[in-house]
Write a protein that binds this ligand. Structure first.
Ligand code: ATP
Length: 653
């Protein structure tokens, strides 16, 4: 029922001439969403309504800042692939609060411990400050620009300059603004709103607000029209919601998407306008785990499918960008859209040399593995893990690599996302000439009997692969960016052997080592990510699987991320009295025996009707996943699925 054209926007105009809106509009929306926490199943609906209305206000009154508002809600300052992160530590924020309030850092630290929320502390500290002159209110654009500037500050006195900028923002803040500024800086808004919901709200905001146009008078005219036909409105809501989410998967740049919407691009046209483009990373399609070949055959009983080797390396999206008469640009992106071009100069040389003349531009989905040229074998992932993440010099490379393209997302000017896998594979084969030492398409067989799949799985494992990927060929076989799809199934040898799949967890706390482990952390408390509540829930305490060097290395790295007290977004029982707590920074792959209900752990407890947590027994550390961010770790929902799957598997046996 909200009508943005009746919204009293004058209170929120940053300047009298109406240019730009105040940041407090966003802070107030965050406050409302925050207040809904714990109010049950309706809270998601309500918080989506608040965000949708917030975006509608921008569409009607300040369309030029809508993209800024979306960035702030996402808590991002730039597209992921630009690799610009705010990265401001608590100690710098404490310094800024201390200087702003005139109280010592020790006092601020003590209060922060008691309050368990630095953001709230910034608010109270700001309120007790009397100002001779009232600073200008914070504008949406100014806040985002300041964040961008803070992220880019480097050099000698970077910390001081960053602190001064943070202080400037805090001094100018009013009401709860300081709370969210601090949380933006800490990298976690903690209002429980996920990127997918933000895109969905953005779509709905356009569906509910008549097509926006850049001409301000026209906006005034169209916004008065009311849409009373509920059926039409519902269709519009679904169409825009789907269109914006689809656009966001293919086009990782908020500015481009918002720009098209503001220009009046209709839902039906948006996905075409925001198609994948070489040079911009696409969110990768993900696979569902299966527990055996029979499950795969059940799933694909009605359609044609293919089995491919599942290589054990790093996912690499290879982009070949057409530069006309110049050489094509070649760029690589990781699973989480990080630019990995300078990590793989050897792959760049290989692609450049092996690119077929007919291919002007393309995007290939590949796995890169460590490869021993002498014995012609793929080496375990650990070899690849020794490589630096950036600025590798090709001449110094000791561990050779090989790429295994398995999909083609774009070919010579055309996005293939909505094409069936069979066609995409045909295009893929047109891209590179194979080279046994540097590039070979994923080995595949189109099979249909249990015995044949088993034989191919054995062959894959003998050839140092993790198992098989099984994919639908021509029925429901489009490329589904960022989706964990039933049209891609993974069979790993481990879970056929009766073990659970590995999971990706975040070390959130640690216990000091004793005896032989004196001086390093002896065990870690590990957590999974609860995406709904935007919090971390513990699943196990692990002290095995670590070599002495690994223990040393983890202690060194994680010591840098110790926080004074357990963050409020960690859900931990009192059975886990960690000696230190860390910020969520790393993702570790671990493996265990099985999962049980546990009173010591909290994983998936919000999702179970009895509120019991799930724990992983006998966990063992496998490796660091530096291609995943903490929010890409295994989610509580996946843990519940894995837990439940144990029983279906036992029943089948
Ligand atoms: P996920 O990516 O599904 O979150 P994960 O990163 O732990 O999980 P796995 O469970 O091992 O990865 O399986 C999926 C990954 O397998 C892909 O992301 C890709 O990196 C890799 N892979 C290797 N071979 C293939 C192939 N032929 N087709 C698709 N993916 C493959």
């Amino acid at each position: 029922k909200f009508d943005p054209s009746h919204f009293n926007v004058d209170d929120y105009k940053h300047k009298k001439d109406g240019k730009g809106l105040k940041y407090c509009l966003i802070a107030e929306a965050f406050d409302k969403i925050d207040a809904l926490k714990g109010s049950g199943s309706s809270s998601k609906k309500m918080s989506n309504a608040i965000l949708t209305n917030l975006f509608r206000i921008f569409i009607v009154h300040c369309p030029g800042e809508l993209n800024d508002a979306v960035y702030l809600c996402m808590n991002k300052v730039a597209p992921d692939y630009e690799g610009i992160e705010l990265g401001v530590g608590d100690s710098l924020i404490i310094k800024a609060i201390s200087e702003m309030s005139g109280r010592t850092e020790a006092h601020i630290k003590k209060d922060a411990e008691a309050l368990a929320d630095l953001g709230q502390l910034a608010v109270t500290s700001r309120q007790t400050q009397r100002m001779l002159f009232q600073p200008e209110p914070l504008a949406v654009r100014k806040v985002l620009e300041s964040f961008r500037a803070i992220a880019k500050i480097s050099g000698n006195d970077a910390q001081k300059r960053k602190k001064d900028k943070v202080k400037g923002l805090l001094v100018a803040s009013k009401g709860s603004e300081a709370k969210y500024i601090v949380r933006h800086l800490q990298g976690r808004l903690r209002i429980g709103v996920q990127a997918a919901s933000i895109f969905s709200c953005l779509g709905q905001a356009f569906a509910l607000t008549c097509p926006a146009v850049s001409d301000e008078d026209a906006v005034g005219d169209v916004r008065r029209k009311s849409r009373t036909d509920t059926k039409e409105l519902n269709q519009r809501l679904t169409a825009y919601d789907d269109a914006v989410r689809a656009a966001a998967c293919e086009c990782p740049n908020i500015d481009i998407i918002v720009d098209h919407l503001i220009q009046g691009t209709d839902a039906s046209e948006l996905p075409d306008k925001c198609q994948v483009q070489p040079g911009l990373p696409v969110k990768p399609m993900l696979a569902k785990p299966t527990k055996g070949i029979s499950e795969v055959l059940d799933r694909f009983s009605e359609c044609n499918f293919t089995c491919e080797y599942k290589y054990d390396g790093e996912r690499l999206q290879v982009h070949v960008v057409d530069r006309g008469n110049d050489l094509p640009d070649i760029r690589f992106f990781s699973r989480s859209s990080e630019d990995l071009t300078t990590k793989y100069p050897d792959v760049e040389s290989a692609v450049r040399e092996l690119l077929k003349e007919e291919t002007k531009c393309c995007i290939l989905d590949c796995e890169v593995t460590a490869f021993d040229v002498e014995s012609k074998t793929i080496l375990p992932f650990q070899h690849l893990a020794t490589r630096k993440r950036k600025d590798v010099n090709e001449e110094n490379i000791t561990v050779k690599t090989k790429i295994h393209p398995f999909d083609c997302i774009y070919y010579n000017g055309q996005s293939l996302v909505r094409h069936q896998f069979k066609e995409r594979r045909e295009c893929m084969w047109k891209c590179l000439t194979e080279d046994p030492n540097r590039a070979e398409y994923a080995k595949f067989k189109d099979l249909d009997s249990m015995e044949d799949v088993q034989a191919f799985l054995d062959e894959a494992v003998r050839n140092h692969c993790e198992g098989l990927m099984v994919k639908s060929l021509d029925d429901h076989a489009t490329y589904e960016p960022s989706k964990r799809s039933l049209n891609w199934l993974k069979i790993k040898k481990d879970y056929i052997e009766g073990m659970t799949d590995s999971i990706d967890v975040i070390p959130i706390g640690a216990f000091h080592g004793k005896g032989k482990r004196q001086g390093v952390f002896g065990a870690y408390l590990l957590a999974v990510y609860d995406a709904q509540g935007d919090q971390y829930e513990t699943i196990c305490k692990a002290g095995t699987g670590f070599s002495d060097e690994a223990l040393e290395k983890h202690s060194q790295t994680l010591k840098e991320h110790i926080v004074d007290q357990k963050p409020t977004y960690y859900k931990v029982t009192d059975k886990q009295p960690c000696d230190v707590w860390f910020k969520p920074v790393e993702v570790w792959e671990i493996k265990g025996a099985d999962m049980t209900l546990s009173t010591a752990h909290t994983a998936a407890s919000e999702l179970r009707s009895d509120s019991k947590g799930i724990g992983l027994r006998f966990p063992r550390f496998l490796r660091i996943r530096d291609d995943k961010n903490p929010d890409d770790a295994t989610t509580s929902e996946q843990i519940l699925e894995l837990y439940d799957a144990q029983f279906t598997k036992k029943k089948k046996e």
